[in-house]
Ligand binder design. Structure first.
Ligand code: HEM
Length: 502
């Protein structure tokens, strides 16, 4: 009897083991097949050399007058969506406007931002540039909502006007000036005002010095040892956190004081709007229940991180607008005519400074010059994301954990989308207009992370161009645009100006 039981048990063990082995191997085989099948479905392309991939060719194209040539070559070989390996990462590149739109819209939270390691080291974990989901939506809406309020628009228009006027007044004494430096000075003052209402003085100077040191490390080797670029940038960030942290603390104390002492309706309305982004985040924190409060170090860190997308983009757009206008005198004449007309009208009717509506709605050709500058300059030439799950867009398969580069420049410089795409032609916008929802015009990105500084940037550019063309004529010296790692002028665009007597 015992022998029979043993025999049965032995048979069961053998059968179970065989079943398990069969199951393991068939699944292992299936998984292998599945992986191979998935890899087969990844868009075509070349991964280039071991480790380096196709990085050298990618960077080299950034030093030519046609940085999009890297993308164009591969698009003609493999199609509008292809794979490559650049900057240490295997990546799927999309040059297709519709695919880009789906990636940026990010329905179902499939994609998260993907930055090089040096950038993630420098950004806080809670930076608006890195957070996702509902928390990101909340912070994005707060900032975007504030920048759209009529009170903010009125206030910032006058602040920008004042800053541009003051800076341009000093130009008449200069023999030669560098547009890139001058533009950076103006826009930094405006940015710091928008974020934390700091005016000229010691804090502004320290913020400028430390911020410049901080952003030098955004694209560098991710090594944190003393003496390295990343280490110096992290130290600069510590100093920035101290200054901004103090400003936030002071503002919080003042807000609590005001909220405790004064509860009349008018004051509440005033507090509801806030003077700057620090106020908006503090007020949100104050109004929220404890579980939703934004900690002070979150506010401080984000004020610094919000300076990153705003600091280089607007001055480069200003500089490149001057470059394109210098190269296209017919456009410049037309722009000057429109702006002179508005200036005269304001003077004759004694209407004071131009308003937000004047700049944004009464200068259509100026806005077209701005659109054309943004299209052709491609200051942010692409947006990096990482897929958190397998996804298929327009038949293109993007597996989980792969990076995607939505190439904005490829769409802006595509003949299918724009006739003679390399021609600086502001008149093209008269036919089409520019809408935020356009798939083929996305200098400010799109979807969930659409740039909240979009209108502010257009306003700064309009005020700068208005004052520039109504006050000065200029001759630009020869200079070239470099596109890597970010868009810059090789010589910062030197010009000689002469005042226009009106
Ligand atoms: C010509 C000027 C500008 C251009 C071309 C530009 C472009 C962009 C682009 C393409 C994005 C999307 C990034 C992504 O999807 O990952 C973005 C995001 C952002 N921009 Fe701008 N930007 C400009 C000016 C500004 C200014 C002046 C500010 C400051 C108020 C600003 C603040 C931001 C912020 C905070 C984000 C992150 C939004 C989020 O992730 O929710 N930008 N910008």
């Amino acid at each position: 009897m015992d022998q029979l039981v043993f025999l049965w048990m032995g048979l069961i063990v053998v059968a179970a083991t065989s079943f398990w082995l069969w199951w393991f191997w068939s699944n292992h085989d299936n998984n292998k097949k599945k992986k191979l099948h998935l890899l087969h479905r990844v868009p075509k392309g070349n991964k280039g050399w071991p480790v380096l991939g196709e990085t050298i060719e990618f960077i080299a194209s950034g030093y030519t007058s046609q940085p999009v040539s890297f993308m164009e070559k591969r698009r003609s070989q493999y199609g509008k969506v292809f794979k490559t390996h650049i900057l240490g990462t295997a990546i799927i590149v999309s040059t297709d406007a519709e695919v880009n739109k789906v990636v940026l819209q990010n329905q179902g939270n499939t994609f998260i931002p993907a930055y090089p390691k040096s950038i993630t080291e420098l950004l806080g974990q809670n930076s608006i540039l890195q957070i996702n989901g509902a928390f990101h939506k909340r912070v994005h809406a707060l900032i975007g909502g504030f920048l759209r309020t009529p009170l903010f628009k009125a206030r910032i228009t006058q602040a920008i006007h004042h800053s541009v006027q003051l800076n341009l007044a000093s130009w008449s004494n200069m023999q030669l000036l560098y547009v890139q430096d001058q533009a950076q000075k103006i826009t930094f003052e405006v940015l710091v005002k928008v974020l934390m209402s700091v005016g000229p003085g010691e804090d502004l100077n320290s913020l400028k010095v430390d911020f410049e040191e901080f952003i030098k490390g955004l694209i560098c080797l991710p090594v944190k040892l003393p003496g390295t670029r990343l280490y110096k940038s992290l130290k600069a960030k510590e100093r920035l956190l101290k200054i901004v942290g103090r400003i936030v603390e002071e503002r919080k104390a003042a807000m609590e004081n005001r909220n405790n002492n004064n509860n009349n309706d008018d004051d509440n309305k005033e507090r509801g709007v806030g003077n700057d982004v620090v106020d908006v985040l503090l007020q949100e924190s104050y109004d929220s229940d404890e579980s939703r409060r934004l900690p002070l170090d979150f506010i401080t860190g984000n004020i610094i991180e919000m300076m990153i997308p705003g600091e280089e983009t607007v001055p480069m757009a200003m500089t490149l607008a001057v470059k394109y206008l210098s190269d296209n005198p017919v456009v410049l004449d037309h722009l000057r005519e429109e702006n002179m007309e508005l200036k005269k009208k304001k003077m004759i009717d004694n209407l004071g400074n131009c308003t937000w509506t004047d700049y944004m709605e009464s200068l259509p050709f100026t806005q077209n010059v701005i659109s054309e500058t943004l299209r052709i300059a491609n200051i942010i030439n692409g947006i990096w994301r990482k897929a958190v799950k397998d996804v298929e867009i327009k038949g293109y398969f993007i597996p989980k954990n792969w990076c995607v580069l939505a190439s904005l420049i490829s769409v802006h410089m595509d003949e299918e989308n724009y006739e003679n795409p390399y021609e600086f032609n502001p008149w093209r916008w008269e036919k089409t207009g520019t809408t935020v929802n356009s798939n083929i015009f996305t200098p400010f990105g799109g979807g969930q992370r659409l740039c909240p500084g979009l209108d502010l940037s257009r306003l700064e550019l309009a005020i700068f161009l208005h004052q520039l063309v109504t006050k000065y004529r200029w001759i630009a010296e020869k200079d070239e645009i470099v596109h890597f790692p970010t868009v810059k002028m090789k010589r910062k665009l030197p010009i000689r100006v002469t005042s226009i007597s009106t």
